[in-house]
Design a protein around this ligand. Structure first.
Ligand code: ZN
Length: 156
């Protein structure tokens, strides 16, 4: 039985460059059961979509009534650097993002006060090193939203 995993997805909204980072949980599923794996992927995908839709309608549109096109710029399925991305969402957060040798959209994400501190923590973490992160990391200014942020306050 595979364990549940946290999935991070970073979207960039063109033409303005607004950035939304979502965290959702992909439920546990047996690695031997492709149907169960697909179903777990669907749960994570639809949770991420719901967060994006809520944010677009409730936060983005009122502030910037453009027509926006989102694109996926980063995905990570490992535990990130720092504490912030384990907590609840927040309207603004500076997040370091480093590309990996596996190419887009795979990135290593995390929070740290400096880039040097970010890399120091990546180097202490074998799971993150296994992702093949590539310097430099870029500091991105994102809105962070999770599937644990009070659902009632997200409905309208
Ligand atoms: Zn905009």
């Amino acid at each position: 039985m595979g364990a549940p995993i946290k999935i991070f997805r970073l979207f960039s909204y063109q033409p303005c460059g607004h950035e939304l980072l979502v965290r959702v949980v992909r439920p546990a599923a047996s690695n031997a059961d492709q149907g169960a794996l697909d179903a777990a992927d669907d749960v994570a995908d639809s949770a991420a979509e719901q967060l994006c839709t809520w944010w677009e309608q409730q936060r983005l549109q009122p502030e910037c009534p453009h027509r926006h096109t989102p694109s996926l710029v980063a995905e990570m399925q490992e535990e990130p650097v720092g504490e912030d991305l384990f907590g609840l969402g927040r309207p603004r957060l500076g997040v370091w993002a480093a590309k990996t040798k596996y190419g887009a959209p795979w990135m290593v994400l995390g929070t740290a006060s400096t880039e040097a501190e970010f890399w120091q923590q990546v180097e202490d973490d074998s799971a993150l090193l296994a992702l093949g992160p590539l310097a430099p990391a870029e500091l991105r200014d994102v809105c962070f939203l999770t599937d644990e942020d009070a659902p009632s306050s997200r409905q309208s």
